[in-house]
Write a protein that binds this ligand. Structure first.
Ligand code: T1G
Length: 683
């Protein structure tokens, strides 16, 4: 069966793509579209054309699996689109699902675009480290203007069809269940028009563009776009559309596109695109494993984590019973959830009705017994094994048979927690990242006895609540925090050498992290795990705790914080560090930024390799997904494992050996050494 078929609706030729799963514009689709346009132009009885797609969506873009492969002799996308646009007979794009990338570019080559209200339209190429490569940066501003085009091309975020209609991208919204019929009717309505809009020839929306708009946009988005190459190229391409005729602009767009396609950032972001999808697969859990129905969720704890976790389910329309021990923290928890929703509504991202709908699904409670009929219960109580085991022992007695009992622990042994119940097959770790209603990462920790359905259900639930999930085995800190500990442990060594927090943090923020290790410690609180009794006066962090400098929450930690949380280096802390450094006899006159970066990141790669050796992570790309979505590792480097490959694993091992004296108990991974010996990467 050809991926492109045609049929007649009277004088209208309907062209249909059937190329699951997302009608990507692969070679057969491109060739088929050109053939269909030749059929239309060669048949006088055809007066108009409708192009649509079967399945879940209109064309969702070029076929990413073709990237990086040798070119075939199939027609390229620009030729397809220019053929459509050059048609003397009006061509109508009939859009449902997500018209993305090359898909929207095809639609822009059509003379008209109709869409169902639920459709979305976007140019997400920057999310793959690219810019549109088939005229998108040249046609979109000509159709919607620069002001609407710039955010679409540089963020890559799609817009809803209704917004598309308001900015002139969509000519008509049609029935959700009558797309073809309505598109054919629309086509008939324009057949008699003297001329038809040709996107590439339009000037009305770009005439008189203020040339200052581009620099103003750069400044307004500098923080968000920092480190990414593609958005800058996208801005340049849109500016080209306002200064050059289309015939010149198209090759200039291609000249900006090619280096990106060949570059490391696009390879890294394409790697992450597939890595996120690979992470959904649990190697020893068959895809047809039964999924347990999750109609009602219980959350124990109404604090920062409990409240954030609760919001994920409320926002997905799943009722939650949130349990606390006392009324005051329970009331605070409910109030915080409402405030968070109302803040989102104030930014226009939620309606008041949606806020009330979400809140209506929340049942606050002071009784664990109210969780008896929940299908899933997640505890977010204090991070102490004894408390966790006590809670699970109670849940085991209260919850109905088959209920999933989940712990939000970020370090503790899930097997030990499971053993405090009579149903270890129903116990799992669902490690949310704070703030749990914002961070997309969910670490699913499988116990030795966790059942297949519980795993499969948790993975599907992750997608339902909009999370990216990675499955981890049980060890201290699982995947994410175990690797993080490998980085944070350099802190004391740096201080003994006289390095100051701002120098170390800047190395990581220059690399692309949102913050460095000491900023992160101040945010989390320096007193995690600290007690007066065990405080060590030779350790900087302990001394700061003794002085009540616990981090942002006390307005002072490694840094001083103003009321608005702006941080400044602390003379007191820096003097303390240098004094302790002198006493340690290890103070060094200079430590290069390169050495600091190596000593922070190389132990992470090594710990990740050990995690792979031990089978704690299923695959290296899962670790990339985890670090990009859970810890702010800059996505344009592909994540730790992809980045290590771009550095050269031999350089990583050499660095670990060079600085071995800085971490005496470090064990260099055998897997890492084997890959170096074979000249392999983790890809
Ligand atoms: N090419 C090839 N395969 C794709 C694909 C694509 N564009 N998009 C998705 N898939 C596969 C995906 O790998 C998965 O495979 C399955 O489809 C379902 O995807 C010239 C150069 C469309 C919103 O960036 O955003 O056009 O794992 O799990 O959650 O200017 O897929 O089942 O084997 O994500 O319902 C621009 C990328 C390309 C869109 C659907 N387009 N895709 O989400 O399903 S560059 C994109 C998505 C371009 C032009 C430029 C999403 C989706 P498998 P899924 P979903």
């Amino acid at each position: 069966m050809s991926v492109i078929t045609t049929h007649r609706q009277g004088e209208v030729l309907v062209v249909v793509s059937n190329n699951p799963p997302v009608n990507a514009l692969g070679a057969a689709v491109r060739d088929g579209l050109v053939a269909a346009m030749q059929e239309a132009s060669g048949d006088d009885s055809v007066k108009a054309v409708v192009i649509r797609a079967d399945g879940r969506t209109f064309f969702a873009g070029a076929d990413i699996t073709e990237f990086g492969k040798p070119k075939t002799d199939s027609v390229d996308l620009n030729t397809v689109i220019n053929t459509i646009e050059a048609s003397a007979k009006p061509v109508v794009a009939a859009i449902h699902g997500t018209a993305l990338g090359g898909g929207l570019e095809v639609a822009l080559g059509c003379h008209y675009r109709v869409a169902v209200p639920s459709a979305k339209l976007g140019l997400p190429e920057v999310k793959l480290g690219l810019i549109p490569g088939a005229g998108g940066t040249q046609r979109l501003p000509r159709v919607v203007g620069v002001e609407a085009a710039l955010p679409m091309v540089t963020s890559g975020d799609p817009i809803p069809a209704k917004l598309g209609a308001s900015i002139g991208l969509v000519d008509a919204l049609v029935g959700e269940d009558s797309l073809e019929a309505d598109a054919v009717e629309f086509a008939r309505s324009v057949i008699g028009n003297a001329s038809h809009p040709v996107s590439s020839a339009r000037t009305d929306k770009i005439a008189g563009t203020d040339p200052g708009v581009f620099d103003a946009f750069r400044k307004a988005n500098a923080r968000k776009l920092k480190g990414f190459e593609a958005p800058e190229a996208a801005i340049q391409a849109v500016e080209i559309a306002t200064k050059h005729p289309f015939a010149q602009g198209l090759p200039m767009e291609r000249a900006l596109f090619e280096p990106l396609m060949a570059g490391t950032q696009s390879a890294a972001l394409r790697h992450l695109f597939f890595a996120e999808r690979a992470a959904n697969k649990i190697d020893d859990v068959p895809a047809d494993t039964p999924i347990l129905p999750i109609a009602k969720v219980g959350v124990i704890g109404a604090g920062t984590m409990g409240g954030g976790i609760t919001m994920n389910f409320l926002s997905a329309g799943i009722p939650v019973t949130m349990v606390e021990r006392e009324q005051a923290p329970l009331d605070r928890g409910v109030a915080t959830i409402r405030k968070n929703y109302e803040n989102t509504a104030a930014k226009g991202r939620l309606t008041g009705e949606q806020v009330e709908k979400a809140m209506s699904l929340l049942t606050p409670s002071l009784n664990l017994e109210d969780l008896a009929d929940c299908d899933l219960v997640i505890e977010a109580v204090f991070e102490l094994m004894e408390i966790k085991k006590d809670v699970f022992g109670k849940l085991d007695k209260i919850c109905k048979p088959g209920a999933i009992l989940a712990t939000n622990t970020s370090y503790l042994n899930v097997n030990e927690i499971a053993a405090s119940t009579s149903r270890p097959e129903s116990v799992i770790g669902l490690h949310f990242f704070s703030p749990a209603n914002v961070m997309r990462m969910l670490e699913i920790v499988r116990g030795a006895k966790t059942g297949a359905s519980v795993l499969a259900t948790s993975m599907k639930l992750a997608k339902t609540i909009g999370k990216v999930a990675v499955v981890a085995g049980v060890c201290h800190g699982f995947i994410g925090n175990r690797i993080l500990m490998a980085r944070q442990q350099q802190g004391d060594a740096f201080f003994e050498e006289g390095l100051l927090p701002e120098q170390v943090d800047k190395v990581l923020t220059d690399f692309g992290f949102p913050m460095g290790p000491f900023q992160m410690a101040d945010l989390a609180g320096l007193d995690i795990g600290w007690t007066k009794e065990t405080s060590d006066p030779s350790k900087v962090k302990d001394v700061l705790c003794e002085r009540g400098r616990l981090g942002q929450k006390t307005g002072a930690g490694f840094y001083d914080y103003a009321a608005d949380r702006t941080r400044t280096p602390s003379d007191e802390v820096n003097a303390l560090i240098l004094d302790l450094a002198d006493k340690s006899g290890k103070r060094r006159d200079h430590v290069s930024d390169e050495e600091i970066l190596e000593r922070l990141l190389y132990p992470m790669i090594n710990e990740a390799a050990l995690i792979l050796e031990e089978g704690i992570a299923q695959r290296a790309s899962d670790i990339d997904v985890m670090y990009v979505h859970g810890y702010g590792w800059p996505s344009y480097t592909g994540g730790p494992m992809f980045w290590a490959g771009t550095q050269g694993l031999d350089k990583i091992v050499a660095g670990l050996e060079k600085h071995a004296d800085k971490w005496p108990d470090l064990k260099i991974s055998k897997l890492l050494k084997d890959k170096v010996a074979k000249g392999e990467t983790f890809a």
